[in-house]
Write a protein that binds this ligand. Structure first.
Ligand SMILES: [Zn+2]
Length: 340
């Protein structure tokens, strides 16, 4: 069913100054910016060029610098790919924002602390398609978009920032984008993470977001969230690698059987639940589980040991994102449900 995305004949692929012939793989880089001391920052790129016709898939991780699960997912999933048996090609950017990754933080913290005004906007993820003469975030987005627009489809891997943990969930671009959104939904189905979000509102489907702008440009794409920010979780890495391989199999790029999860929730919206009180957060529900209205999600206990808030599900749904911070203040998110 590769008719869902564009296919390419085998041909040499040039990324920056590196040309990769069909049947080869290479690690290369694209020049990004120069720091004050003359250090040059590059975007790392892995190219695996297949010998048979097929789609060209873009795979990216760590556009937020503390979202390291995706980096390991991509190296694990792509480590076994043999270009001599690959149909199509893979363009992979395991660390999409090297300066944020250096900071092990969602944003490039050192740059932000030094010149906060020049660093606005700070989040490259929401600056697509970017601007090659803009600020750092806009240049990161423009550099990545230059790769994405040459591909057939794209998957952008995230975790929450530190203090949050997601189930493996594919978040689709808005349905209003038509054919590309339909193809993205098809690709997410092949990917088979077990949780798929089809919302038409909120941050994930806003203009400027990587997968939204790529899909607008005719490159079907979705966001994939998995696991906890700032953590390397082998169980999640295995899950993510399974999903990436599923996508490659579904696209006809590699041979094999897709491995499907035991559950498959298709969700229509997120519902973030925020604390009314401050204190220690005890999460009581099981991440990934379906909950009924009124089910206990968590408890906020003040520093004297008294329960000051009992957090319950206001609607039925699936518990898709947990807060892993040990404390919350009024207004902070305690849990997120995916609504069925
Ligand atoms: Zn992220």
């Amino acid at each position: 069913m590769t008719g869902q995305v564009r296919t390419f004949k085998p041909e040499p692929l040039t990324i920056g100054s590196t040309t990769v012939s069909p049947g080869d793989r290479a690690r290369t880089q694209l020049d990004l910016v120069e720091l004050a001391d003359g250090t040059r920052i590059h975007v790392p790129v892995i190219v695996i060029n297949g010998v048979n016709p097929g789609p060209r898939i873009y795979l990216g991780a760590a556009i937020h610098g503390d979202e390291v699960n995706g980096v390991a997912i991509l190296s694990q999933a792509l480590g076994e790919i043999d270009p001599a048996a690959l149909a199509g090609s893979i363009v992979c950017v395991p660390v999409q924002h090297p300066l944020a990754f250096h900071a092990d933080h969602r944003i490039p913290l050192s740059q932000f602390m030094k010149s906060p005004l020049d660093q606005a906007p700070i989040d490259a993820w929401s600056c697509f398609p970017g601007n090659p003469t803009g600020n750092l975030a806009e240049r990161v987005a423009a550099t990545l978009f230059g790769l994405i627009r040459e591909c057939s489809c794209a998957i952008d891997i995230h975790t929450p920032t530190r203090g949050g943990r997601y189930v493996p969930i594919a978040i689709l671009p808005p349905r209003t984008l038509g054919e590309a959104a339909e193809a993205a939904a098809w690709l997410a189905d092949q990917f088979a993470p077990g949780y798929v979000m089809k919302t038409n509102s909120g941050m994930y489907v806003s203009s400027g977001i990587l997968c939204v702008e790529a899909s607008k440009g005719g490159i079907p794409s979705f966001t994939f969230e998995i696991g906890e920010g700032g953590q390397l979780e082998q169980e999640m890495i295995d899950e993510g690698a399974r999903c990436v391989r599923n996508a490659l199999i579904g696209l006809g790029m590699i041979r094999g059987e897709r491995r499907l999860p035991a559950i498959n929730y298709v969700l229509r919206d997120f519902l973030g639940i925020r604390a009314r009180r401050g204190g220690l957060l005890y999460t009581m529900a099981t991440l990934g589980a379906a909950v009924k209205r009124g089910d206990l999600l968590g408890r906020i206990v003040d520093i004297f040991g008294d329960t000051v808030e009992t957090v319950v599900a206001p609607e039925p749904g699936v518990f898709v994102r947990a807060t892993t911070l040990s404390t919350v203040s009024t207004g902070e998110r305690v849990a997120t449900l995916g609504l069925l």
